[in-house]
Write a protein that binds this ligand. Sequence first.
Ligand code: NAP
Length: 320
Amino acid sequence: MKAILVREFGGPEVLKFEEAPTPKPGAGQVLVRIHAAGVNPYDTYMRSGTYAVKPPLPYTPGSDAAGVIDAVGEGVKKVKPGDRVYTAKTVTGAYAQYALALEEQVHPLPEKISFGQGAGVWVPYGTAYHALHHSAKARASETVLVHGASGGVGIASVQFARAMGLTVFGTAGTQKGLELVRREGAHQVFDHSKTGYQEEILRATGGRGLDIILEMLANVNLAHDLKLLATRGRVIVIGNRGEVTINARELMGRRASIRAFTLWGITPAEENEIHAGIAAGLANGTLRPIVGKELPLAEAVRAHKEILEPGAAGKMVLVP
Ligand code: NAP
């Protein structure tokens, strides 16, 4: 099979498109024929060797894929060859034509969801669900700002929050991104590349402030986010790419809080709940993964450059 292999940590150029042996499923494992693989920002941090999770070399990147079960190992009961699935982590890596996964790492992909969309399910929708339900404990009628709503996690958060009955504000840095965020359910959108947009957001809450901020770029926004919070407001740090100084006094008077997580740290019970929530949303149409850019697997180097550039409009996927 063809696969991307990383033999040394470094820049995007260490992603090599190579011939590799097609793996065989052992007991409790399945072999997935991959039709699309999701590109997540963390794939680039891991490839550079600076991330908290450092895989042994060589490795094939990617946790998110969608495809069809090709073969199953001994004892597998959940799926059979021919079943459409999305993956939530794999054993051998998603940037490939085939991947081994544990039986519990594959989940049914409804017919109406394309493979490209399926490759954008796990990290984006898992993160959005965890942020809103487990971390923010969001309730209907609250107001949420999805700060960075045009990318994978942002669109997922907008769709979930709208379906839960929140008032949803979203930001993007391009006209295309703003239009997408509005179309996917935001009540109001704001351009985070425009000076003074934070004051516009505060005005849009009638001066009351936001109950929840889902933050995709905390190193840039966290200090100012605190000034936008309502009493008992909470900022959920999802993305962060550097250091930031905050004034804790902004939290004290508001009895506000900053919470943070990584998807790697969630419990099995939380993960079960997330997949049940995703299954319901994909089935009833409230969750509609958006594929913004589709590239051939051979162009993984380009994908790793472009995923970190501004101008997101949904999810980037690789097609083997
Ligand atoms: P993505 O698809 O690349 O989207 C990036 C988003 O950040 C876009 O909406 C982009 O908007 C926005 N952005 C750019 N500049 C911004 C600014 N100044 N203020 C606010 N937003 C800004 O990435 P993603 O998959 O959605 O992930 C978003 C972040 O969360 C990444 O840093 C990722 O590593 C992190 N993440 C963390 C977890 C976790 O477990 N904690 C899980 C998933 C993702 P424009 O392009 O329109 O400017």
